[in-house]
Unconditional design. Structure first.
Length: 302
């Protein structure tokens, strides 16, 4: 068996992460033909095809996913070797690559990542995007964990676990009312404007279903996909806003907003998706353990 060529392995890793030969060649400052030759030589050495071509993208085969997993381990170990020899064991740094849906509450992300944010031995890389894009990066080992508010259904071919981290009721919040008249849900929504998540949100689907059953047609002041923008609009508008409490945690604490009505029939759920690996990323294991061991009664909305 031919010895493994680490130069070829580095080129393979770059192509696997980019999913495109042209972009990988540009990042490596080599020609596309030279890069293609290096990949073929590595495949010949391993005796397996590492990529299949789908439309204009290169997709990892099963052997390719195994090879990338080993490549990540090899290059991470190499970085740790250099760091240890230069700075000693105490100077060893770890990298945690986290993907989060662009619509996910920033407050929830900060709370989940709090244990590693101040650590001097951890380089934290945060990426946001759509769920499909983030899952592709997770499966390509470009991410260690994905945070989402959408559940993922596993099948026999799934190479990841979906962990339910937390669930909390959704509320209608707004500026503090001038009168002490109690808000009546859902009846008062026939006359009070409301700002809602976009139509693709599961919160919106459940909200619309509740109001349809009650025969209420709400006055919709705004529809917003991004929770950060919905938070800003809640602060600036006289309309009520449908949000998980964690989104406006600081505004509720500072009494800029008040919770007018909690809607227990609608639950916001937060998930962490992690790849199935022989040796899980230790920082991910630590984060999941810390979050689950929070004191009873503590929630992201506190």
């Amino acid at each position: 068996m031919n010895p493994l060529n680490y130069h070829h392995l580095r080129y393979f890793r770059e192509v696997a992460l980019e999913g495109n030969l042209t972009r990988a060649a540009a990042r490596l400052h080599v020609s596309q033909s030279a890069l293609s030759t290096q990949i073929r030589q590595l495949e010949g050495s391993l005796g397996e095809a590492l990529f299949s071509r789908e439309q204009k993208s290169l997709v990892l085969t099963e052997a390719g996913r195994i090879a990338l997993d080993y490549a990540e381990t090899i290059f991470r170990a190499g970085g740790e070797l250099v760091d240890t020899l230069r700075h000693g064991p105490a100077g060893r740094r770890q990298t945690l690559r986290v993907g989060a849906m662009a619509t996910l509450s920033r407050n929830f992300q900060l709370e989940f990542l709090e244990p590693v944010q101040a650590r001097e031995d951890v380089d934290l890389v945060l990426r946001s995007g759509g769920l499909r894009e983030l899952m592709e990066q997770l499966e390509a080992h470009a991410l260690d964990i994905v945070l989402t508010n959408l559940p993922l259904k596993r099948d026999a071919g799934s190479a990841w676990h979906c962990h339910l981290l937390e669930e909390q009721p959704v509320s209608l919040v707004g500026r503090r009312p001038l009168s002490r008249k109690k808000f009546r849900f859902p009846d008062d929504l026939a006359t009070v404007p409301v700002q809602l998540p976009g139509l693709d949100s599961h919160l919106r689907v459940e909200f619309d279903r509740l109001l349809d059953r009650a025969g209420i047609r709400p006055i919709i002041a705004a529809e917003v996909d991004d929770m950060a923008m919905l938070r800003l609009l809640a602060r600036e508008s006289d309309a009520l806003t449908l949000v998980p409490p964690v989104v406006v945690r600081d505004e509720l604490r500072d009494k800029l907003l008040a919770e007018r009505c909690q809607i227990p029939e609608i639950q916001e759920r937060f998930y962490a998706v992690t790849p199935i690996r022989r040796k899980p990323q230790l920082l991910v294991v630590e984060l999941l353990g810390n979050f689950r061991r929070r004191p009873p009664g503590k929630s992201s909305g506190d």
